[in-house]
Design a protein around this ligand. Structure first.
Ligand code: HQG
Length: 179
């Protein structure tokens, strides 16, 4: 089983295009595993996928992107669908990080961190993770430090993604510092 490819397709379905797979999604992003399996197995690209394959896919991944509970599965972050996915608000650590491309810095300094095509701004719990995120877009990425303590105290909401990924609506530029 090509678990990495399966994970990419499941992410695509759950983050960006549930309608292509005829999935009914609730406001927290959960869909029935049965529906997902039926769509994937009709497509047939991965052979016959079972519930256990989805569990192994999550287990084998170096990042916790999906979770399974009570017969349902959801993506933990990354959504771009028009329907708003409600995330659990959480008190952030004092500092968070964001890895990005050098070419975006001027605009971020001016406008702050914006969700762009996703529903939330994605932040990293540590510098190493932020660096990996930034490397997707630039071979020499910039690491931004977010004063999440002060932002939170000033009323900026933060949400739970996974243990490494934090989410926020917008981070105004006054809380962003280039390292
Ligand atoms: C940038 C992956 C100009 C922002 C990763 C980023 C992450 C601005 C890009 C997750 C801006 C959006 C999300 C502004 C933000 N002006 N550019 N004002 N504000 N940007 O992919 O954070 O492997 O939507 O810096 O690891 O890169 O898929 O967000 O470069 O956790 O599980 O706009 O996706 O996870 O890019 O990545 P993205 P991201 P997975």
């Amino acid at each position: 089983m090509k678990y990495e490819e399966l994970s990419k397709e499941v992410s695509y379905a759950l983050r960006h295009a549930p309608w292509e797979y005829e999935l009914e999604m609730d406001e927290e992003g959960w869909v029935s595993i049965e529906q997902l399996l039926s769509a994937l197995n009709t497509e047939g690209k991965f052979g016959n996928i079972t519930r256990n394959d989805l569990a192994v896919m999550i287990d084998k991944s170096e990042k916790k992107r999906h979770e399974i509970k009570a017969g349902k599965i959801r993506a933990m972050y990354g959504h771009s669908i028009p329907m708003h996915i409600v995330k659990e608000e959480k008190i952030p650590p004092d500092k968070l990080y964001h890895g990005t491309a050098r070419r975006f810095i001027e605009s971020i300094k001016k406008n702050g961190l914006l969700p762009m095509s996703r529903q939330y701004v994605h932040l990293s719990a540590d510098i190493d993770t932020a660096k990996k995120v930034g490397l997707r877009r630039d071979k020499s990425p910039c690491i931004l430090e977010i004063d999440s303590k002060r932002a939170y105290e000033d009323g900026v909401a933060f949400y739970h993604g996974n243990e490494k990924v934090w989410l926020a609506d917008i981070i105004p530029p006054c809380y962003v510092r280039k390292l």
